[in-house]
Design a protein around this ligand. Structure first.
Ligand code: SF4
Ligand code: SF4
Length: 428
């Protein structure tokens, strides 16, 4: 039971401002039905829920809303928005309130990631371009020399005229460089003509989570300009939901001109399998290991919808076997956020993040799956952490790992996320 509201001073500037900014921001029409609260995994955290939050706005409790820490626990996953009968945009109310905090007082982790990104013009981990370039060249060379079938593998940066531009979450080059190789090998296998780009090359965008519009825009605009200068036709977003959304939403929100099409690698995996370019199969899964998938909110509900979720399932079923796929309930666009979005991994609210994620953890455990496929870096980190925190015993795995495993091209050092049941598979 949440605490009762205690109205002292009334000031309705927040409600009025949001109504002015958003076509779906008239919170006076709230029916107080509570559908949002029952849809929300952040309900009860910090004694708050979305219905109560909206009530506070409509009742003019601006002082209590202005510095309410719950806005950093809400992941802006938009599940409440989809289920609200009045279609009230609660996540944008949260975004607006985040933007009103004095910048230097916003959560240090999110702020630091945004500032590192702006300063390095690479990614949130502040990696200088020289380091990224060295890692890419070194790994590609090693792969060419040591992995049979990849003697001509290319991994370029700023190759003029390449058809595909590829972004890269900076976590891989910094902390787990061997995770770069499976995706490169997939691109090599299908004969993709691709290049990384040097300006704002990383996919992640913590400035969006910081609700710093100018910084979010700068990252997207500089990327778009650079990709257009290279003449690339398609920008591939790697397996990362929030970076897809930051681009997809940012290009529209800031009216950024661009000549390329934005695609998720997930839809390209599906396309390449359908075209016979990726000859995956599930023969390797002889012991019928069960897999489930996490639908990243930013990639599914908030941007590309159920078509993308179906592509995701198509790919997973082709790779692990139709009978070895177990869906979570609920799923597709109605999926629950895992609690890793909205910058929560960097918000400092770790206890709250675990409480939030318990709903997802229970849904995963109910599938009985040994592996959760997570085509999103934030989902991946959060769902892996939930397994450790609540002793779930399941593994989290990228699609690129499974695809390469299925193709028989997964290298020995590229198995960090496989459990003991698959760590040695295909190496004998
Ligand atoms: S679901 Fe919509 S109408 Fe119902 S309480 Fe929440 S905000 Fe109000
Ligand atoms: S956006 Fe998600 S976390 Fe935030 S209030 Fe809505 S359902 Fe809850």
């Amino acid at each position: 039971m949440l605490d009762r509201l205690n109205i002292t001073h009334q000031k309705t500037e927040i409600k009025d401002k949001v109504r002015e900014l958003l076509p779906d921001g008239n919170f006076n029409t709230c029916l107080t039905c509570g559908a949002c609260a029952s849809a929300c995994p952040a309900t009860g955290i910090l004694d708050m829920d979305p219905r109560k939050f909206v009530r506070m706005a409509t009742l003019g409790m601006d002082a209590e809303l202005e510095r309410n820490p719950w806005i950093w626990a809400c992941t802006m996953c938009k599940r409440c928005y989809d289920l609200c009968p009045m279609h009230l945009n609660i996540p944008q109310l949260v975004y607006y309130l985040r933007s009103q905090w004095p910048r230097e007082e916003r959560p240090k982790g999110i702020l630091g990631s945004c500032d590192h990104h702006l300063k390095s013009r690479g990614g949130a981990m502040g990696v200088p371009l020289d380091d990224f370039t060295f890692t890419v060249e070194d790994l590609a060379q090693e792969c060419r020399e040591e992995q049979a079938g990849f003697e001509t593998l290319k991994a370029d940066i700023d190759r003029q005229g390449a058809f595909f531009a590829l972004n890269q979450n900076s976590r891989e080059p910094v902390t787990e460089p061997d995770e770069l190789l499976p995706l490169w090998k997939i691109l090599h296998t299908v004969g993709a003509d691709w290049t990384y780009y040097s300006t704002m090359w990383a996919g992640e965008n913590y400035c969006m989570f910081l609700a710093d519009d100018p910084a979010w825009e700068k990252i997207i605009r500089e990327q778009a300009e650079h990709i257009d200068r290279l003449g690339c036709k398609v920008l591939i977003n790697t397996e990362c939901g929030h970076s897809f959304f930051a681009l997809w939403e940012g290009l529209q929100r800031f009216n950024i001109p661009h000549n390329f099409e934005l695609k998720s690698i997930v839809e390209l995996y599906a396309q390449w399998i359908r075209e016979g370019k990726l000859k995956v199969n599930s023969d390797w899964n002889k012991t019928n290991i069960k897999f489930t998938v996490q639908d990243p909110c930013n990639l599914i509900r908030k941007s590309r919808g159920d078509d993308m979720a179906r592509d995701l399932r198509f790919v997973v079923k082709q790779v692990v076997g139709e009978d070895n796929f177990v869906d979570m309930t609920p799923n597709l666009s109605n999926n629950f956020c895992c609690g890793g979005g909205g910058g929560s991994l960097q918000s400092g609210l770790n206890d709250e993040r675990h409480i939030y994620g318990k709903v997802k953890f229970d849904q995963i455990m109910a599938t009985g799956a040994g592996y959760v496929v997570t085509p999103c870096h934030n989902c991946h980190a959060q769902i892996e952490d939930l397994s450790h925190h609540f002793n779930g015993g399941y593994q989290t795995v990228h699609l690129w790992t499974l695809i390469c495993l299925s193709l028989g091209i997964l290298g020995e050092n590229e198995r960090v996320y496989l459990g003991p049941d698959l760590a040695e598979y295909g190496l004998e």
